[in-house]
Design a protein around this ligand. Sequence first.
Ligand code: ADP
Ligand code: ZN
Length: 733
Amino acid sequence: MATPSRKAIGAGAGQRVSVLLPLPLESAYDYRLPPALVAGPGHFVEVPLGGRVVLGVIWDEAPGADHVAEGRLREVIAVKPAPPMRPTLRQLVDWIAAYTLSPPGAVLRMAMSAPAALEAPTQASGWQRVAGAAARITPDRAKALAALGDEILPGTEIARLAGVSLGVVRGLASVGLIEPALMPRAAAFPRPRPDFAPPLLRPEQEEAASALREAVAARSFGVTLLEGVTGSGKTEVYLDAIAETLRQGRQALVLLPEIALSTQWLARFEGRFGAPPALWHSELSSRTRRVTWRAVAEGDAPVLVGARSALFLPFPDLGLIVVDEEHETAFKQEEGVIYHARDMAVVRARLERATCVLVSATPSLESVANVEAGRYRRLGLPVRHGGAAMPEITAVDLRQKPPERGRFLAPPLIAAVTETLARGEQAMLFLNRRGYAPLTLCRACGHRMQCPNCTAWLVEHRAQRRLLCHHCGHTAPTPPACPECGAEHSLVPIGPGVERIQEEVAELFPEARRLVMASDTIPGPAAAAAAAQQIEDREVDLIIGTQIVAKGWHFPHLTLVGVVDADLGLGGGDLRAGERTMQLLHQVAGRAGREDKPGRVMLQSFSPEHPVMQALIRDDFPGFLKAEAAQREPGHWPPYGRLAALIISSEDARAAERGARELGLAAPVGEGLQVLGPAPAPLALLRGRYRHRLLLKAARGVKVQPVLVDWLARVQLPREVRVQVDVDPVGFL
Ligand code: ADP
Ligand code: ZN
């Protein structure tokens, strides 16, 4: 069927448009735009779908692709009074959909996360003077008019300022001296001032900063890796790039991995710019979401700081994107549309002709490879600011100096904590495990308490007297007897979590004031701010924390960091286990000795000879990178090759296995391609679904998307079997 072109449709018939809906649909649908409505690509519209009315966006796709006959087309109901979605953001949606093999509508949904912001913002009304009007004026009325002046104010405000009753204001209106008017909208976000309080940058900071300022001023696309040890002043450098972006009249976006915990960062920003940035993360109230989204779309939020989802906000003129701690796995979204916000930030920057800055003390191998290939530029800050030395890192060999039975802190670490506290300084014990114990076991029969929905042990949270699955949230009271053999008081905790370390510390250092920092004890921004304040004010001597203490904090009096189990992240045989452990431990270590007092770090390990421990001890990150690269390059592992994972899952164990086998049999063959698996996933059961994995490995030059599309098209799987595609996987569970 020949579809008529837009021009061929008479004005009476309306225009055919393609509308993308924020639903997991494969393509856009056609609608008729009635003559009374004016809209084009990017406009947000309301359309009928089945019996519902849904919001969508007029898309660039040529209409007619869905083959709906002209006569059966349904009509667009309304065009929303909001700035249309810009071409660059529409291109980003299409790009990510194609790259991740997701339905474009599923990606669009991430760019429509505040539908309430599409309504015309309500504007309060007030009163203004009617020019040239004359009427009888009482002394009260005169006071009210004087209070109003040339402004537009609400009646209550006029009465309050003039010290008169509201009746006086009504009187002024009734004689026509004042008339209703819409109040000007207050800017949702004050403008940060680029020159409010800039620090004097050190020469090497200034060198990096001026390179970034030039990049921003050039208004063209480019990616810079800003590398330098923790505390070297990288943040000050990119804040300077933000200042230049503001001078250019463009917007800046900063992605932080743990935005809810970034109170110190926010305070610093406000000190530097005289105004706070706009924020974007999942815990915002719906009102704040609406106001922020709208302000961004209208260019009224000059700087926005957010979690990865901020990448999909409707910036009209984005000049700079900063990804701080670019190596963080928190930037990878693992559910729904599986994408890496760091990589997509680069894509958005390219579409927007913006400068992209990736910041890290321990950059990912991917970014380093991009520097080496000449795709990214590298700027480095070699030393800590203010002459603060990097902490001295040593290992405590647990084979030679084990803790007492049933304890987890070895004598050398205990001695170091004792000394530190005696000097009136603060110490931090790091263990990346929430709760009391990661495993609960029956001493009588050996039964292990396992999650019914996942291949995972239940973690004891002793304070709540509950067992909890950290994967699905399943929870149950700690039973008084073994559910398997019925033996009473036979369940024992195996291994430590932070709660158990805090218990040990309480016995060792009863006088020390302790604070546990984990996602369950520090649930949000307010708690994080309070904790940081307590530490800065020296109301805390000992901090016991999970990875949330590793991130970005600056505690001037903290001089000792003890890593309770430095080997923890190295098990599991994951491709990036070494890299991730290195990054995490380096970051934790960076909390120590950030000011004049030197810091030290002790790593409790059963294998201090491991290359990761050695690189940390010798402070040789470049050497570590080289060794990692040498391991990955011959086998074409990323970043020297490409990976895509298929995760096949079903509530029916046999269906999942069969689906995985069929996909395995249909595996693509070709030059530079290799398929590993199928095999049961390490998390073989997750939230009640049985899981299998296949891994496609390809040479660097191979485009994996067409291979995957072709592969998936060759296999028909039953409805209950789900296949998730993870291009460039970061985790392998
Ligand atoms: P990084 O981001 O590399 O970890 P920061 O930018 O946080 O380093 O700097 C570490 C500390 O040094 C911070 O307290 C910061 O305020 C301070 N600092 C960095 N550069 C300067 C400067 N040029 N002048 C004054 N203080 C600075
Ligand atoms: Zn579970």
